[in-house]
Structures are given as structure tokens and as C-alpha cells.
Write a protein that binds this ligand. Structure first.
Ligand code: SF4
Length: 305
């Protein structure tokens, strides 16, 4: 196992992955291995992330065009829940849900000094890179900063597409590292003390037709944000140690739900690699694809001055 690299940045996905299993982190983020199966669900979600902000600016046809173009670029045939026609129906459902003050939130302009990135998905998105003591920047991209219609509070907003909408899934956001980490980022970066938590806009993917549901807002107390900070410091220390020692132990409780007493919902996608003594011998079952939170734009000459 070779690892001459070091950890240059961390986001919630990386820390959550490491927390589940250091070896999974190694396969996914050090070796950049990906399953060869088409990532239809993730790509469908990306197309919606790009299209829906047009709806919020009363540009329904722009939203449809954006979805159609992005979906064509991915080249997926899709399935009966995720395809071009269902995507366009989702856009219409989202427009109906947000029409004429029907929504509890509306986007606010993002701060003027937001990071410039090349792979921006919308005018609402807020990418960030922040020093919070992780030994490297904490980075992420927030779908939008929004204001609550009735209370005037600010929230970070996250679009979540899902094919199952259970109470257990909804309850999971109470402890979501993503919502808490993003809330902290907005407070620290922009001095926005009135950012009080997260709003999750669910895009329910169904054969019978998509549904939109805004979950009740998740508000976090200072001590709850402190819990996230403590967790992230522990994760980052473990990640830097694994890089330094070039050791990525397998957490056998992270593989599927049985050994973890129900915690991990899906069989780990790297189970095949861990089923043989030498993972390199079957590494061709996977493809190599480096994934970044975002791609930074080069500073313009005027920014360098
Ligand atoms: S199969 Fe289990 S041990 Fe192997 S990478 Fe996945 S979670 Fe870790």
C-alpha cells in the first residue's frame, strides 16, 4: 500500500467516510476508486441542483433547458424514477410548491466575497474554504442561504433527492454533520450570527411522479455546533495520522448494517476489495476517478495585485 500524499483539504463527506471506515477513505479518497456502475442517482441530483435555482427566479423554461442539457451531457438512459420526463415533472412540482409565497423560505443574495469556482451549479450556491483547526482547510458548497418567511431567521438550505422518505431518514438530519458544519461555516466566514441551522428541501423521486416536501427547519444550539467541531477535530486528527503512518485499518463494523447493529444502511461498495487478501489484485473491478468538492478558479490578475 503506497501513500506519499497528504491531506490537503477536508469536507463533510470525507470525514463521514473516514468515521465509517479508514480503509473506505483510503480506497475512495487516496486511491480515488469508484464503482464502475453508472451513478444515475447522483447525476440526477446534480441536474436538479443546477435547474431548480432558475425556478426561484421565475424562469421555468430556463430550468427545463438546464435540466435537459445537463442530463443529456451525462448520457444516462435513466430508469422509471429518474429520467428526462420525470426531471421535468420535478421542476414543475417544485414551481407549484414555491409559487406565490407557498414556500417557507426564499433565497437571499450570497455574500459578495464568495469563493470563485469553475464548476458553479447556480447563482445561489456558496462554496467555502475555512480554517477551523483541522490541519487543512474545511471546504464545502452550500446550495443556498435562505430566509425563513415567518421568523426572518437565516438558514443554510440543502436540496436532497431521495427515493424513500421515511421518518428515520428525516430524523437523521437532527444529527447531520453537513447541516451543522455548514451552519458553522456561514457564521464564521460572514459573521452571520443569525444563521440558526438548516432547511432541507426534499425532492422525492417516485415512479408515480415526483413530490416536493420542505422538512421542518433544523435549528442548532451553540453546544450542538460544538459537538460537530469536536467530532470534526477527532476525524481530521485520525485522517492525518493515517496519512502519516500509511495505515488504513478496516472497520469491520462499517461494512453493512448487521455488524454495526443497523447503523450502516448499505453494503459498502468496496466489499469486493476487502474480500480478498490483496486488494490490488482485483482493483480493475473499479475505475479511478478523482472527485473534488469544487474546482477553484484561477485568481484574476486584479485579484493578484
Ligand atoms: S468493506 Fe468494510 S472494511 Fe472494507 S472498506 Fe468497506 S467498510 Fe471498510
Amino acid at each position: 500500500m503506497s501513500c506519499e500524499k497528504k491531506c490537503e483539504w477536508l469536507d463533510n463527506s470525507r470525514m463521514t467516510c473516514f468515521d465509517r471506515c479508514p480503509r473506505k477513505f483510503f480506497y475512495q479518497y487516496v486511491e480515488h476508486l469508484r464503482s464502475r456502475s453508472p451513478m444515475v442517482a447522483a447525476d440526477y441530483g446534480t441536474c436538479l441542483h443546477c435547474a431548480l435555482p432558475f425556478v426561484l427566479r421565475n424562469d421555468l423554461s430556463g430550468a427545463s433547458q438546464e435540466f435537459t442539457q445537463r442530463w443529456a451531457e451525462f448520457g444516462h438512459e435513466g430508469d422509471d424514477k429518474r429520467n428526462l420526463s420525470q426531471g421535468l415533472r420535478m421542476i414543475e412540482a417544485f414551481e407549484r410548491a414555491h409559487r406565490d409565497g407557498g414556500s417557507i423560505w426564499s433565497p437571499v443574495d450570497r455574500p459578495s466575497n464568495t469563493l470563485k469556482i469553475l464548476d458553479e451549479r447556480s447563482d445561489d450556491e456558496i462554496p467555502f474554504a475555512l480554517d477551523i483547526g483541522l490541519g487543512c482547510p474545511f471546504v464545502g458548497r452550500i446550495d443556498a442561504l435562505v430566509r425563513h418567511r415567518d421568523t426572518n431567521e437565516l438558514f443554510i438550505m440543502d436540496y436532497k433527492s431521495c427515493s424513500w422518505l421515511t421518518q428515520g431518514w428525516i430524523d437523521g438530519f437532527l444529527f447531520s454533520p453537513q447541516l451543522r458544519g455548514y451552519t458553522i461555516a456561514m457564521k464564521l466566514l460572514y459573521g452571520l450570527d443569525n444563521v440558526v441551522g438548516g432547511i432541507v428541501e426534499t425532492l422525492h423521486v417516485l415512479k408515480s411522479g415526483p413530490k416536493i416536501q420542505t422538512l421542518p427547519p433544523f435549528r442548532f444550539q451553540e453546544w450542538e455546533l460544538g459537538d460537530w467541531l469536536e467530532w470534526s477535530l477527532g476525524c481530521s486528527a485520525g485522517i492525518h495520522r493515517c496519512y502519516a503512518e500509511n495505515k488504513w485499518p478496516k472497520n469491520l463494523c462499517g461494512c453493512n448494517s448487521y455488524p454495526s447493529y443497523g447503523t450502516a444502511g448499505f453494503m459498502c461498495e468496496f466489499a469486493q476489495l476487502c474480500s480478498v487478501e490483496h486488494w490490488e489484485s482485483i482493483v480493475d473491478l473499479y475505475e479511478i476517478q478523482e472527485w473534488k468538492s469544487f474546482v477553484m478558479a484561477e485568481p484574476t490578475p486584479s485579484e493578484n495585485e
